[in-house]
Design a protein around this ligand. Structure first.
Ligand code: SAH
Length: 391
């Protein structure tokens, strides 16, 4: 262990280890009950047939979908085109309640909202809504908790509770759209203002819940009324680097935006920062990202959280620049956001500036991510879904 450069000296928590003493990785979800089946969980082409099996006439599928995906409602009282008799049961069967709002925290003059949701079995997840001048972004969760155990991320500290269903993933967007329509982000700038940018950067490792992720994405891009009619380009899937999943994603034939959480250009450090590096090394992850570009033509994003004196040295920027040169990648630097119990902190301004300068010297495009939501623990890596948070 002498070559380890970093030892996360956490005060408030202890990183879970497997039998061999390595950080524990949880790919399989613990056994729990399944969330109720929702219209979103059924492939759009099969919905009419499936709801017939529930004793509901097939043509009602489109009416229900219109209410849900166009008017963002699951409330039977809004659905006057459905027969009054039996309406409640019918809606309950097709559009069961998936997310119960537990808490809403606001910051940035109301332009950023963090939602805490309770799932049917009591599991808690969060999503963060952010209004920008040219877009509305929702950062969504794909799992309750996360099994990837990255020591600088709050979500990993409690491990994986379970995968979210496609319905639970999509409902975060529908609920946010409802909040926007009701004026929750302030006065609308135009009619039909809604979430138009999705980042899978909330809780969870999306590629560890691959099938549900793809089912949710298919509904997001399906035109209204059977889906949300969103653009695949405006959906970003961010991963710790599950290489087989990245390959599958490249084969989906969808122009999704792809982001790889690299955080270190060398295996020695990445082994500590991203425990899954034990399975897929830096070069394998970068090759998979390059293959994603080659297949889809979409420029990939390399995420790099700048951590003071840990991964922000100029030689690491130089190495990163050399690795990424001519690779059609873009680097997104994220100033480290504080997490409970960690002594790590964001880089000094001058180190960050030097890191950027060196990368740009290699012709690699660089942006520094804003720290939206930090005051409400809603920024990257801070989502831990506790009911006892700051109000
Ligand atoms: N599991 C996915 C999505 C997670 S969050 C992934 O790892 O990519 C999205 C980004 O926030 C990831 O790049 C993640 O590494 C980063 N992140 C996690 N903790 C952070 C922290 N404390 N400060 C800044 N970024 C963090």
């Amino acid at each position: 262990m002498s070559n380890r450069q970093v030892t996360p000296r956490t005060e408030g928590w202890t990183q879970k280890k497997d039998e061999s003493g390595k950080p524990l990785l949880q790919f399989a979800e613990p056994k729990r009950g399944k969330p109720p089946q929702h219209l979103v969980d059924i492939d759009p082409a099969d919905r009419a047939e499936t709801i017939k099996g529930l004793g509901i006439p097939g043509f009602r599928a489109k009416q229900l979908a219109t209410h849900y995906f166009t008017h963002y409602t699951s409330d039977p009282a809004d659905m006057t085109d459905l027969p009054k008799e039996g309406r409640e049961e019918l809606v309950q069967k097709a559009l069961p309640t998936l997310l119960t709002e537990v808490k809403r925290l606001k910051t940035d003059d109301g332009k950023t909202i963090k939602f805490l949701w309770r799932l049917f079995d009591g599991a808690l997840v969060e999503s963060v809504l952010m209004r920008y001048s040219n877009r509305i972004t929702l950062c969504i969760s794909s799992q309750a908790g996360c099994g990837m155990n990255c020591p600088f991320c709050a979500t990993g500290q409690a491990g994986l509770t379970r995968n979210m269903s496609a319905g639970e993933i999509v409902d975060q967007i529908v609920r946010a759209n409802k909040v926007i329509a009701e004026g929750g982000l302030g006065k609308a700038r135009h009619d039909d203002e809604r979430v138009n940018n999705i980042v899978f950067m909330g809780m969870g490792e999306p590629l560890a819940n691959y099938n549900k992720l793809m089912s949710a994405i298919r509904t997001m891009v399906e035109p209204q009324p059977n889906g949300l009619g969103m653009s695949a380009r405006n959906i970003t899937v961010s991963t710790v680097g599950l290489v087989p999943g990245i390959k599958k994603l490249a084969d989906e034939d969808l122009p999704l935006t792809f982001a790889l959480s690299l955080h270190a250009p060398d295996d020695k450090l990445r082994d500590d920062l991203i425990p899954v590096n034990d399975k897929w090394k830096v070069d394998e992850a970068l090759d998979a990202a390059k293959a994603y570009y080659d297949k889809t033509g979409r420029r990939v994003s390399i995420e790099y959280a700048l951590i003071r004196d840990i991964n922000d040295q100029s030689w690491r920027s130089d190495l990163l620049g050399r690795l990424l040169k001519n690779r059609n990648a873009h680097v997104n630097l994220i100033p480290l956001n504080p997490t409970p119990g960690s002594k790590w902190t964001a880089s000094r301004r001058e180190d960050e500036a030097e890191f950027v300068r060196i990368l740009e010297g290699y012709g690699v495009p660089v942006t520094v991510r804003d720290t939206r939501g930090r005051e409400i623990d809603g920024a990257c890596g801070q989502l831990a879904a506790s009911e006892k948070e700051k109000i």
